[in-house]
Design a protein around this ligand. Structure first.
Ligand code: TNX
Length: 584
């Protein structure tokens, strides 16, 4: 890091000549104590119209601009931050029109090579043929090398850029895939264009060696409160893949709708799937639909984690099958947003047949190791009745050969080997969860007040909740999953997940508005070594993603916390509004 230059920061609400609410902010380097008074003062007078909090933010930014290392090398401009970056300015390279992508002669490596070609062809307009070789060499192109002697773990990769081209090396296809995501970010933002553009496709020389901090890096989409079409879910998968997330948790069932077809209990979807918050038509995934999501995600090295929420959050199931209700009477369909009122009857054996049937069918459809059984907010099932129910469900999951995941309310139930709790508290003091960890549970960390993507950014965010507080990008970024819950060692933390509940979310644009730019913040917490954690650096790296999303037609929240570039990636390109929506 370049030595920091001392600065004086002048920050004043100005006098009567200035319109109300306007302040002058100026920043100059202070005299260098070693060389005497500064001779090259850099005044940065700026007029801003803002409240005190924003002014403080502006001042901090102005100082940050002067204090920051003058030229951060583009090779380090990656989100999530890479483990180790070694720039070599003599190695800069420009992708030529006749470049070839050559991969190891292995179907998985060739699949990643095709994915890379598909990413680069639209904007470049280059043919970028894919070939294979026993020993792939860049030869003024791109080589993807599967090499099992490379010791970077199951997901690590090395990316080298020289005047001879690009080489990505990894011992797994997942590693190659992550190397490709990094490569994509190192190209100019115009690479996101769906149509050919004129651009110099330059890449910065040097080497990146990279591997994730945590094995579980996820996001959750609630498709129960509002139903989302398969295409929307696939687009969310794309966003996860871009930021090296590797788990998509689907909240498939809740009071307002049951979204996954179960052959042995067909009315779950034909009746229970026809409602959603606000009275819309709802919908559900057929087994083929779900299979499409699972396959599309797997192709991007993302594992689907299906959640069947039990014993609460089950009104839609009770509408379809009143025999599961404690009073055996069908409740009315529910389209509101309250929680905690419904539950399947823990005293009836039929309930456990239902659970075994449903989880059995979902397990068969799901190649990944996890089955999430919810367990949250079952306010009417308490004490030993609750833990007894959970213990039976945990056993059903284990008998299906799957690993049980549940919200941290499962903590008091007896330990079962391998079980994972998803912690969603808003206060890291949670002795019950810490005790479950001492008994062997592992944790996925999703703090409500940092990682919940359904929280508003600011009080004027048009959609979202605020029960866990407002979550701006800094709040989403500035915490550590490894140390967040008191008494839980980082070795018990398998990773981090950002849930998106959809009570107020009704469209893909809504999803993207809440996801971006906070998802990359959570992704960085899951991937990057703690030593790289730095808000100012993150904020500046993230800024470059605005033009990428804009070019790709992705909605995002243009939060004032991030110094978004003032020019678009492609001259004349339409800009997004402050709430990120592309104007029509
Ligand atoms: C709490 S977090 C819930 C959900 C709501 C969410 C809204 C959790 C396990 N349960 O049922 O949708 O708050 O933020």
């Amino acid at each position: 890091m370049t030595p920091r230059q001392p600065v004086n920061l002048t920050f004043a609400i100005t006098d009567a000549n200035t319109p109300p609410g306007v302040a002058a902010v100026s920043t100059t380097p202070s005299p260098d104590p070693t060389t005497g008074p500064a001779t090259d003062e850099v005044p940065l007078p700026t007029l801003v119209q803002a409240d005190a909090a924003t002014l403080a933010q502006v001042a901090e930014r102005a100082a940050g601009d002067l204090l920051a290392p003058p030229t951060r090398h583009r090779l380090a401009d990656v989100v999530p931050a890479a483990q180790h970056v070694e720039p070599d300015p003599t190695g800069d390279w420009v992708l030529p029109a006749e470049a070839v992508i050559v991969a190891s002669a292995d179907p998985a490596a060739l699949a990643v090579a095709e994915q890379l070609a598909n990413l680069l062809r639209p904007a470049t307009g280059y043919p970028l043929p894919v070939t294979d070789a026993t020993t792939p060499e860049p030869a003024d192109g791109i080589a993807l090398v599967l090499d099992d002697t490379v010791d970077l773990g199951a997901e690590g990769y090395r990316l080298g850029i020289t005047t001879n081209g690009v080489r990505v090396t990894a011992s797994t296809a997942a590693g190659l895939f992550y190397g490709v995501q990094t490569l994509r970010q190192l190209l100019p933002a115009a690479i996101e264009s769906p149509v050919p553009v004129t651009e110099r496709w330059a890449l910065p020389g040097g080497t990146i060696t990279d591997a994730p901090r945590f094995p579980y890096r996820g996001a959750m989409l609630d498709v129960a409160r509002h139903f989302f079409a398969v295409e929307d879910v696939l687009r969310v998968v794309d966003h996860l893949a871009r930021y090296k997330l590797n788990h998509l948790h689907l909240h498939l069932t809740d009071d307002q709708g049951w979204r996954i077809a179960v052959d042995s209990w067909p009315k779950l979807t034909t009746l229970g799937g026809t409602t959603e918050v606000g009275g819309g038509p709802g919908g559900h995934y057929t087994k083929a639909d779900y299979g499409r999501i699972v396959t599309y995600a797997a192709d991007r090295h993302i594992t689907v984690v299906p959640e069947i929420d039990l014993p609460g959050h089950t009104n839609a199931a009770l509408v379809a099958y009143p025999e599961l209700a404690p009073d055996k009477i069908a409740p009315p369909p529910y389209t509101g947003t309250e929680v905690g009122f419904s539950y399947v009857d823990p005293a009836d054996e039929r309930t456990y047949e239902f659970v075994a049937d449903v989880l059995g069918e979902v397990a068969t459809l799901t190649p990944g190791p996890w089955l999430h059984v919810g367990g949250d907010e079952a306010f009417k099932v308490n004490g030993e009745v609750y833990t007894g129910f959970v213990e039976r469900v945990q056993r059903i999951v284990a008998d299906l050969g799957k690993t049980v995941v549940g919200w941290h309310q499962l903590a008091p139930a007896a330990h079962l080997d391998g079980r994972v709790l998803q912690w969603w508290g808003t206060n890291g003091e949670d002795p019950t969860t810490a005790e479950a960890v001492r008994r062997g549970a592992q944790l996925i960390i999703s703090p409500g007040n940092h990682a919940y993507l359904d929280m508003k950014y600011a009080s004027d965010t048009p959609i979202g909740h605020d029960w866990a507080g407002l979550i701006d990008v800094r709040k989403a970024y500035d915490w550590d999953p490894g140390t967040h819950v008191t008494g839980v060692p980082s070795t018990a933390v398998i990773g981090v997940e950002a849930p998106l509940w959809t009570e107020s979310v009704t469209s893909l644009a809504d999803i993207e508005l809440l996801l971006l730019p906070r998802l990359p913040a959570i992704a960085e917490l899951g991937w990057s070594p703690r030593a790289t954690h730095d808000w100012n650096g993150f904020r500046d790296r993230l800024a470059g993603h605005g033009p990428r999303w804009e070019t790709a037609g992705i909605t995002f929240h243009r939060t004032p916390e991030i110094p978004w570039p003032s020019t678009p990636a492609i001259p004349g390109q339409r800009r997004t509004t402050p709430t990120g929506v592309n104007p029509t």
